[in-house]
Design a protein around this ligand. Structure first.
Ligand code: ARG
Length: 467
């Protein structure tokens, strides 16, 4: 309940003890958006200044009134920035709060600002401007995250680690290659961000309530003044569209899913059982009872933020799905979802960028793990195809026997005596040992996009030129 707004006099006959206040106070409670849409104050004022300037240029209002309006709006901007502005729930939202204060400051001229516009195009404008800025911030943050991965990939272009499928050891890969997989993922996220900025880069102001206006406004002028490419083309769509918010949330959801997979890998890799990485003190916490513990809390929280962000996406899709054109008040519920998701995403990207830069990589441990689990079995099969001319399926079969033998003997493939390998297939020579090491295995995978250090360096160069 808003402070100082409880209507205790009309205490509730209809709803009994559940509500301490009367219907009009409840109406205010459900209707007011100022508690969250005050976040849009700077966009609202910017939009109003552009609108008033256009109205004056089109001779819809006088130059004197425009000057008063602009001056008043700038005063309000510094009042809000200085924490001196009193927001009121009675005035519902940021638009009415600003306009009411403007009337107090400049008198009747304030009443001319709302000519040829409605809160419907006004809120669409404010929110678009906010989402656009947020997308631009996200683009920069993703660039930093990609840069962190590029540095780690460069440092570890040759470091061998086990590659997994089904979380079972599959084939040796390089840690640099693994880092570059994330560069691809976050690179796609960033290109989605760039596309979203292009999609939303149209100015809604001037669509008015839904049908446009009879005043001779210039929507191209306001679009330009506010940094948009062009005005929107259909006034009905303009006030009923929240695709830009939904697109932001879907991008956030996909990006956050990527961050969560990274978080999960860090959680697994930092266990004593894996021991691939050590987290810096800056990104871990201790246990209040178990002195030996170092917990990957930041990674876990990044993983959890995905749940919130997915929730916001589903919430807004659901809010919008049944709405007839054009504006309905349901749409007021769009903002909190986007604000919350934006805050979570920013935190998650920043935390991950810090963690990626800070991780200590235990290359010895990774290399040892890379060789276990018969990870070079495919290299043996490939050798049989290449050097002994076997069809791959037969080579696969022969290799299966060699793995089974090594398993019974409790040794590695490279530790099997030549005589015993030859007993499985006489075409095997001692040259085979050259491909059974993890280094030889990764160095051989020079196919485009493959794990060989030479290939990884090419991938790094490609991204460095684009980051
Ligand atoms: N606070 C409203 C919102 O966020 C502003 C638009 C109100 N428009 C209206 N016709 N009641 O959606």
């Amino acid at each position: 309940m808003a402070e100082g707004t409880k209507d205790t006099k009309s205490s509730n006959q209809m709803w009994g003890g559940r509500f301490a206040s009367g219907p009009d106070a409840i109406m205010e409670e459900i209707n007011a958006s100022i508690d969250f849409d005050k976040k849009l104050f700077a966009q609202d004022i910017r939009g109003s200044i552009a609108h008033a300037t256009m109205l004056a240029q089109q001779r819809i209002i006088s130059a004197e009134d425009k000057d008063k309006i602009v001056q008043g709006l700038n005063t309000i901007l510094s009042e809000i920035e200085g924490g001196k502005f009193e927001f009121s729930r009675r005035l519902e939202d940021i638009h009415m709060n600003v306009e009411a204060r403007l009337a107090t400051l400049i008198g009747p001229a304030a009443g001319r600002l709302h000519t040829a516009r409605s809160r419907n195009d006004q809120v669409a404008l404010d929110f678009r401007l906010w989402v656009k800025e947020e997308l631009q911030k996200t683009e920069k943050m993703l660039t930093d995250l990609i840069a962190a991965f590029l540095d780690r990939a460069e440092e570890h272009a040759e470091s061998v680690m086990p590659g997994f499928t089904h979380l079972q050891t599959a084939q040796p890969v390089t840690f640099g290659h693994h880092c570059m997989a994330y560069v691809e993922m976050f690179g796609r996220d960033r290109s989605r961000v760039r596309h979203a900025i292009e999609h939303l880069d149209e100015s809604p102001i001037g669509a008015a309530a839904l049908a446009g206006t009879g005043y001779p406004i210039d929507r191209h002028m306001t679009a330009k003044a506010l940094g948009f490419r062009e005005p929107t083309r259909n006034s009905i769509d303009t006030v009923s569209d929240r695709d830009f918010a939904i697109e932001f949330l879907s991008i956030a959801a996909i990006c956050s899913m990527h961050l969560s997979r990274l978080a999960e890998e860090i959680v697994i890799w930092s266990t004593p059982q894996f021991g691939f990485v050590r987290l810096s003190d800056a990104f871990s916490t201790g246990s209040s009872i178990m002195p030996q513990k170092k917990n990957p809390d930041a990674a876990e929280l990044v993983r959890a933020k995905t749940g919130r962000i997915n929730g916001s996406l589903i919430a807004l899709l659901t809010i919008m799905k049944g709405l007839p054109l054009a504006y309905s008040k349901d749409m007021q519920e769009d903002k909190e979802q986007v604000f919350d998701a934006a805050e979570s995403l920013e935190l998650a990207i920043a935390a991950m960028t810090g963690m990626v830069r800070d991780l200590t990589i235990n290359t010895a441990r990774m290399k040892a793990a890379a060789g276990s689990g018969y990870s070079t079995a495919t290299d043996l099969a490939d050798w049989l195809v290449r050097e002994a001319g076997l069809p791959f399926r037969d080579a696969h079969h022969v290799t299966g026997h060699a793995v089974a033998l090594a398993e019974t003997k409790g040794c590695d493939l490279s530790e099997l005596p030549l005589a015993e390998l030859q007993a499985i297939n006489p075409a095997i020579t001692d040259k085979v040992y050259e491909v059974l090491t993890v280094e030889a295995s990764v160095a051989s995978r020079k196919s485009f996009g493959g794990t060989a250090p030479s290939e990884v360096r090419k991938q790094i160069a490609y991204w460095r030129a684009r980051n």
